[in-house]
Design a protein around this ligand. Sequence first.
Ligand SMILES: Nc1ncnc2c1ncn2[C@@H]1O[C@H](COP(=O)(O)OP(=O)(O)OP(=O)(O)O)[C@@H](O)[C@H]1O
Length: 377
Amino acid sequence: MTSASPEPMPSRRALPTEAAAPRLEIRNLRRFFDGRAVVDDVSLQIQAGQVTCLLGPSGCGKSTTLRMIAGVEMQDSGEIYVDGKLICDTVFRVPPERREIGLMFQDFALFPHLSVADNVAFGLKGSKDQKRARVEELLHKVSLAQYIDEFPHHLSGGEQQRVALARALAPKPRIMLMDEPFSGLDNRLRDGIRDETLTLLKEEDAAVLLVTHEPEEAMRMADEIALMRSGQIVQQGAPYNVYTRPVDRAAVGFFSDTNILNAEVNGALAETPFGQFLAPGVPDGTEVEIVFRPQHVRIDFDRNGRGPHPTPSDGVAARGVVKRARFLGHESLVEFRMDFDGSVLKATVPNVFLPDAGRVMWLTVRRDRCFVFPAQG
Ligand SMILES: Nc1ncnc2c1ncn2[C@@H]1O[C@H](COP(=O)(O)OP(=O)(O)OP(=O)(O)O)[C@@H](O)[C@H]1O
């Protein structure tokens, strides 16, 4: 439920030209450990050439989902299909080595006693020349052709990771499963390797399911994000849609800091110190939360005890006092103690803005970026 929110964007995934079955489809997967459903009725479809990120906090069941698709973990119920063909249910099971799935994990462990070329060729079939051609093609694509005859320990972490990617993609898997593949890498390397990886994955046309707990990574890599919590997918869609049309407060909070105002609905309106918010269809007397991100708070200077005039887009200004301001590199985070109830609200401002603690200022919020949800208490 939102008071107003931006128009949804179409998914970035390419539509199949004909009614092709999804490359990967999982239906109603469940897995119990000690009587607890750690994966609880998860369904997903991924087309060839599409990258879907399974995004969620630690322990929410992402890796277990991946392991079931890889075939190293058995589901308690549900089915897995590849190109429309059943590969696994509770009685039938194609073994992992025949699923044509490429795997890549954080500890990508290259074989130390094999050269880069032999690592990449490891899962390849065909003549010596065919294998060599594929190895050269992939090492060229990951910009490591010059290391073809080196051993892994001569390569940096980032280079080894790219070799592991080439190795996983060498047999042209129909599906790539990637579990936090970049988390072992230095921050400075990560962005470049993510971009290179994405380019290569797209060229190879596999359906990719990438597990991550980092929203930024998912936003950067995914055509679609499947947001997972407590064993379930709570929201799925293009990154822009998941970010701008979150299903609940936790979905907002997973991507950024949040500010929360409490209010009660009367006549389909929630009255707050920032003005009224639409709450269509919500019964009178219902407690709601108005949730908004710090980047959607606008700060104005005090003008002889007054703030800016109310506007339809920013609503009414509320007075606060600077509690603390910190420079974060590309933006500044300013915390305010609000006059209306003593609560703390956060605002981010591009570049450097570091007002002194105690300074009186006026806050407004971008009304089209606020979400109204039932109160969670
Ligand atoms: N073999 C197992 N036996 C018992 N419990 C398990 C087993 N494997 C996973 N779990 C539990 O299932 C839950 C989900 O684990 P899973 O590894 O799938 O989560 P995750 O979302 O990938 O987390 P992380 O990002 O930390 O790896 C966790 O509570 C975990 O402790």
